[in-house]
Design a protein around this ligand. Sequence first.
Ligand SMILES: Nc1nc2c(ncn2[C@@H]2O[C@H](COP(=O)(O)OP(=O)(O)OP(=O)(O)O)[C@@H](O)[C@H]2O)c(=O)[nH]1
Ligand SMILES: [Mg+2]
Length: 322
Amino acid sequence: MENTIKKALKGDPRAIARLISLVESESTFAHEIMKAIYPHTGKAHLVGVTGAPGVGKSTLVDKIISRYKELGKSVGIIAVDPSSPFSGGAILGDRLRMQQHALDPSVFIRSMGTRGSLGGLSRAAYEAALILDACGKDIVIIETAGVGQTEIDIVRIADTVILLLVPGMGDDVQIMKAGIMEIADIFVVNKADREGADKIVAEVNLMLDIAGERSWRPPVLKAIAESGQGVDDIIRAVEEHRLYLQKSEEGKKRRSSRIRHEVEEILRRDIARIVEKEWEERSSNDLIEALASRRSDPYTEAGRLLEDILGAAENSREVEGA
Ligand SMILES: Nc1nc2c(ncn2[C@@H]2O[C@H](COP(=O)(O)OP(=O)(O)OP(=O)(O)O)[C@@H](O)[C@H]2O)c(=O)[nH]1
Ligand SMILES: [Mg+2]
């Protein structure tokens, strides 16, 4: 394992892929890997790209990769597809589309389908992003489709969030409701070759006016991902936002809230595992029968379980202290 970590930190794509797989599958090595990785993180800029299915995220990301390559930056991409029950269609398409970059060692592309819980998915994506960061990627892009809670969770782990909209979607209000508008740092109205792009730009700007003064006013850009038009402006906006985060109070706040969140998430996951294991061992047919016939109740049983877990923790601490 040590060897794989060493290789990955030097940028070896195979070693990086292996680490991500191990962490994603919650292998017993996961903690060891993340502990070794963590001190090397904090250098990459994490960019979340989100928006409804089909708005052109992958097409845009593909163009962004090309541009970053020209600029001499190494890029890692994590494509998350929480909506699809199979890690099928769209992601395969993305793979093909981005294949022109696949042989380039400075670009690392990774797809993640639905495995485990939704919370687990954003966790896995974040850990993959940390690995890519530690292994020397300058930019890590996380692409995720949809406008639900999972996407919001996933983009929360990003430094800069790009939200794609397209003309004629007709459900602008829906998106605003979903709460994703508030977390966008850059708006991109893609498919600007279609009618109605200016109208959406105006609508979003109006919405931002209403939202009032903020220290970062998200720019609203137009793009035609297919031809690459507007990509330079997007990259410039990402860089401006990066500098803004470096200097501003807001940037500091984001960093500390993320760190707080990280420890909490790890705790939650570890505690959930202990609870699952204990409950598995304890939930005998007799006990379930007792609950079903109302001889006991779930609150009492949960309370006992918790007491036992805490008692066991207390004991092991005393043993350690002795
Ligand atoms: N007209 C037009 N079509 C575009 C543009 N950008 C992307 N498309 C097309 O829109 C379709 C969807 O593009 P994708 O890049 O796969 O969109 P996506 O947001 O990644 O889709 P999911 O990953 O499935 O959510 C493709 O057929 C693209 O060729 C654009 O600027 N103009
Ligand atoms: Mg896509």
